[in-house]
Ligand binder design. Structure first.
Ligand code: G4P
Length: 289
């Protein structure tokens, strides 16, 4: 689902999260492991108001494991614990509780010293649409929880989901908006399927992604589409378009007159990328810092 994030929606979404923050001990920030920064809300630090936070790099099954490890280090350097996660199969979810306990260890130890039995940790999942929030909530709950939809205005009574005896999770996630004023970010969100293709031109999304892949995953492209040679200079758009045309020809995306149908080629390429046919691909590496 795509939301038109008007300022009013953002204010409402923010207020909803602020209301939920009062109820919880820890925020679980879900990012897409393939594009951790592009799938991050630009104001998240401010919105979460210093709540202890665990970062989950979700869809790690689709991301390049070596790059995901670099991201884990990147977040560690920023003072944040990050865990690779595959919410669709539940790989990694067992780590959530111990990591949350670590984050709250001071509080838990202080309670134990006073002879108080610590109550279950209360957590809230936050993230932009499509990053896997509902999938993770369902995994943690062990059943399908009714979805309220990714609409920032939609609310219902808060329910807690028990995750073992030590953790309670709010059943409605906090929905954040992406950083859509940056065209590069928009391209990456569209390439991974986080925002609908109609918002941006399909061939633009494929163009940017193929350019990135020539630079970082050239051999994969060559193997998958039987391409003999890749351009050295991806700054030259014509060279990238030539690669797109080669992919189109190899896959029979031809219109009358023998011209390559770039829209069809783009759709096919993006579907193959998203379904993992090009292997585990990350579209973003940690910035120099
Ligand atoms: P949201 O609540 O944050 O909006 O996201 P949601 O859970 O609806 O997940 C969005 C899509 O991402 C879903 O696919 C879901 O299956 C997929 N997904 C979530 N977590 C993971 C993961 O760790 N790995 C992979 N590979 N996919 C994940 P969909 O295409 O919308 O639906 P469907 O394909 O499951 O039918």
């Amino acid at each position: 689902m795509t939301i038109q994030w008007f300022p009013g929606h953002m204010t409402r979404a923010r207020r909803q999260i602020e209301d939920k923050l009062k109820l919880i001990d820890v925020a679980i920030e879900l990012l897409d492991a393939r594009i951790p920064l592009s799938s991050r809300n630009p104001m998240v630090d401010d919105i979460l108001q210093g709540k202890p936070r665990l970062v989950l790099l979700n869809k790690a099954d689709l991301a390049d494991p070596a790059i995901t490890a670099e991201w884990v280090q990147y977040f560690a350097d920023q003072g944040l614990k990050a865990l690779p996660m595959d919410a669709s199969t539940g790989t990694g979810i067992k780590e959530i509780l111990p990591r949350c306990k670590e984050l709250l260890s001071h509080k838990i130890e202080a309670q134990l010293r006073k002879g108080i039995n610590p109550r279950a940790i209360r957590a809230l999942i936050v993230g932009i649409p499509n990053v896997g929030k509902s999938t993770l909530i369902n995994q943690l709950a062990g059943r399908k929880i009714a979805n309220t939809g990714d609409k920032p205005g939609v609310t219902k009574g808060q329910q807690w989901i028990k995750f073992g005896t030590d953790m309670d999770l709010l059943d409605t996630p906090g929905i954040l908006w992406p950083k859509f004023d940056d065209q590069n970010v928009g391209m990456k969100l569209a390439a991974t399927g986080a925002i609908k293709e109609e918002i941006l031109h399909l061939d633009d999304i494929a163009f940017h992604t193929i350019r990135y892949m020539i630079d970082y995953y050239g051999e994969r492209l060559m193997d998958r589409f039987g391409i003999g040679d890749l351009p050295e200079d991806t700054e030259n758009p014509n060279e990238v378009i030539e690669v797109m045309e080669t992919i189109g020809r190899k896959r029979g995306c031809i219109v009358s007159g023998g011209r390559v149908d770039l829209d069809k080629t783009s759709l096919l390429f993006l579907r193959e990328l998203r379904s993992g046919k090009l292997g585990r691909v990350s579209l973003e590496v940690p910035p120099e810092y």
